[in-house]
Design a protein. Sequence first.
Length: 236
Amino acid sequence: MAITTAVHKEEHLGSSEFITDVVIGMSDGLTVPFALAAGLSGAVQHNAIVITAGIAEIVAGSIAMGLGGYLAGKTEQEHYQAELQREYEEIEEIPEEEKKEVKVVFAHYGLNEKTQNIIADEMAKDKDKWVDFMMKYELGLEKPNVNRARNSAATIGISYIIGGLIPLTGYFFTPTPFQGLLVSSVLTVICLFLFGYFKSKVTGQPLLRGAIKVTLIGITAAAAAFLVARTFNRLF
């Protein structure tokens, strides 16, 4: 008789940092240049102006967003190193207090006092593992990837450029800004919906709700920019 063993396969989201950076860059890349192009379409008469301004915004926006990602990554690394140094100093200067903090962690999981003492004493024999435990379970900090800042900057910047070029596509193949806006709107709304769907899928959120939410945000921003530009153009 054959015995089959069911293998439990756990599905978890991988590369969460990369996905987060793509979401940040792509969402802003689709929305901001789209809103800018829509606004200019209500105020200018030539597609060249919209394209030039759009490309300038994409360049500036990708650099700014990439720099923001880089600084966030560096800040995370610096914060981790500062806390790591502090933990090493504390286990040297006040080891008994640090042992108490270890016991508190395991008391939270229902271990009795005798077991807590045994674990704390054993852990204190290896300072590196002791500090690593305190970083994870006392402070909730994981050691950041040393390349996090660089990778984040590149991913966010590139995602912003890809997202930003989509709204401008319509202006390359149409004679007037208004016609370009129509084509751009169709392309961008489709991409916003697909992006919202993908974002919801990888983050485990309701698919249709997430897709509609992202799409409505982009449409609202573009509509507001278009109306403001058209109003100011008529006033001045």
